[in-house]
Design a protein around this ligand. Structure first.
Ligand code: AMP
Ligand code: MG
Length: 534
């Protein structure tokens, strides 16, 4: 299919394709699966789709990019953001990267189904890449089709925006378009393939470069290309560090470590489990990237992972995320070592900075979750870790627990804390004397600690509700919106997004979005079990 005539005159974003302008390209132009050497990307056009239809968009992202609201609802918008119509000033490409998957070096991966449509300078003066996910095969597609199905695209769209509104660094999502084509998927790799509706999400970020983007060149001894990508990234995304030099490389590494540590603190705060923390799925900017089989903690279970592909080793379980990120940063350090004369001592401070940033961030985050003004050391540490033990005595909804705790008075006498927290518990019969006693004992210490700050119940509640969300993208809520969308009613996606725009503020009439997981969702595919098949 050739581009339609109207595209030449179509609304013009402020195109600025610096990735393709400044970095080495794959000289080969055929779109065939292959190893690509000494190049950061391959030029490739999205695969045309049958009948694109916009089913959801983020008005905030559109505004940030300067896309007028009227344009969003036009058919031309759907044609452009499904990849059907490519503006002549766009320069679409797929990036080459590698990665460690589940702890093993996997060699070249790359954008197998993501096509960077264009880069733009937005209305806010900042630079963004607009990337279509599910837009067809690229040289990096390996054995797969380059496409994405509706269910995984709804999940990516909603979670990107939900995370942003929670204050968690993330790639954003501009639009979700149904392609009108169907895609074959075997959801649990068990021989039950079926046809599913295809979709394309347009993701937006200042950069989609990953830790694995650097690893691929180091693994192939392509040091010149490695240096070019590092210098490009520092110049454009870390300009405050100054012109690249060995000292700047070390500072840059430390900043990547810091941002990653801060991201881990956020994930732990809101109960997000990424599910596939391979080095190719960690952003160089410390953004949450690649929403696949992610999930949200319902009952507080540090060993939980939503990803059935990881069910055996549970490498990417909730509680391991901070140490997995650190492991990934060590691999990244190995990749950029040649730039600091292979002197490990140059990068050690960055890794130590990771640990220090995470520890400090964890302590102040936990203090904030409990409404404490400031972390006060060992006694507070013990208070936090004992709380996490208490949370595991009975199946307890993490999100509701912190919101309900904010409502329990520390000024007045309280008989049984458990009664006041009751709607956070999944199984009322689990709340036996032992659970009651342990919870009361913990609460007594907490109350003493709160009283030592002389802070009122009201003030404490306000503090806590600013960091403990009431509305998160509960796995089953996403699935309900998907079920409806697969039946042709897409309104559930925007309804959910609307609530998730204000996750910390109680919204009248929206109680249904703040309830713990219903029993039917406990073992249902898509709710508690997801795979990488998307
Ligand atoms: P992920 O685990 O989703 O981050 O994917 C790992 C690698 O597989 C990346 O290089 C993806 O681009 C690629 N990939 C995943 N799904 C597909 C697909 N349907 N078609 C082509 N490549 C894919
Ligand atoms: Mg990925």
């Amino acid at each position: 299919m050739s581009a339609p005539e109207w595209i030449d005159d179509w609304y013009s974003l402020c195109f600025d394709n610096r990735f393709t302008r400044e970095l080495p390209a794959d000289p080969e132009s055929s779109n065939t699966t292959r190893q690509v050497h000494n190049a950061c990307y391959s030029r490739v056009h999205p695969k045309p789709v049958a009948s694109p239809k916009l089913i959801a968009y983020s008005a905030e992202v559109a505004e940030q990019l300067g896309i007028p609201p009227a344009l969003l609802e036009s058919q031309q918008f759907a044609e452009v953001f499904s990849g059907n119509a490519v503006h002549p000033s766009m320069d679409p490409f797929a990036m080459c990267y590698g990665g460690h998957q589940f702890g093993n070096w996997a060699g070249q991966l790359g954008d197998g189904r993501a096509i960077n449509l264009t880069e733009v300078t937005a209305a806010d003066g900042r630079h963004y890449t607009l990337q279509l996910k599910g837009a067809g095969p690229t040289p990096y597609s390996r054995f797969a089709d380059g496409l994405a199905v509706l269910r995984s695209s709804v999940r990516e769209f909603l979670c990107s925006e939900a995370m942003h509104h929670l204050g968690v660094p993330t790639t954003r999502a501009l639009s979700l378009v149904l392609t009108g084509d169907s895609v074959t998927r075997d959801m649990f790799y068990d021989g039950n393939a079926k046809q599913e509706p295809g979709a394309v999400v347009c993701r937006v970020a200042p950069s989609f470069v990953r830790l694995g983007s650097f690893q691929i060149f180091a693994s192939r001894d392509e040091f010149e290309t490695l240096r070019k990508l590092v210098d490009f990234t520092i110049r454009n995304d870390f300009p405050h560090l100054g012109p690249p030099s060995p000292e700047v490389y070390a500072e840059w590494f430390a900043e990547v470590c810091q941002r990653t540590a801060e991201l881990m603190v956020h994930w732990m705060r809101v109960g997000f489990v990424h599910g596939v923390m391979n080095t190719d799925n960690l952003s160089i900017l410390g953004l949450t990237i690649d929403y696949g089989p992610y999930g949200w903690l319902e009952d507080y279970d540090p060993n939980w992972t939503p990803n059935t592909t990881d069910a055996q080793g549970r490498r990417y379980r909730y509680s391991y995320q901070p140490q997995i990120a650190q492991w990934n940063l060590v691999q990244f350090a190995g990749a950029i070592l040649p730039l600091v004369d292979n002197d490990v001592d140059q990068l050690q401070p960055g890794l130590r900075h990771y640990v220090a940033t995470f520890d400090e961030g964890w302590h102040s985050m936990m203090a904030a979750k409990l409404g404490l003004g400031k972390f006060r050391g060992e006694d507070d540490k013990k208070l936090f870790s004992d709380l996490l033990d208490v949370l595991q005595l009975a199946e307890t909804d993490m999100t509701l627990f912190y919101r309900r705790l904010a409502d329990v008075s520390c000024d007045d006498a309280v008989d049984s804390v458990c009664d006041q927290l009751s709607d956070a518990y999944y199984q009322p019969d689990e709340i036996n004397d032992q659970v009651r006693q342990a919870t009361n004992e913990w609460f007594d210490r907490y109350r003493e600690r709160i009283r030592s700050e002389s802070i009122s119940d009201d003030r404490r509640r306000q503090r806590m509700n600013r960091v403990n969300p009431l509305y998160v993208l509960r796995n089953y809520l996403a699935q309900l919106a998907i079920d409806r969308s697969e039946q042709g009613d897409h309104s559930g996606i925007s309804e959910l997004l609307d609530v998730l725009r204000n996750p910390y503020q109680e919204q009248p009439g929206k109680q249904a979005f703040a309830e713990k997981r219903p029993e039917w969702a406990r073992h249902r595919a898509g709710c508690s079990m997801l795979s990488c098949s998307s």
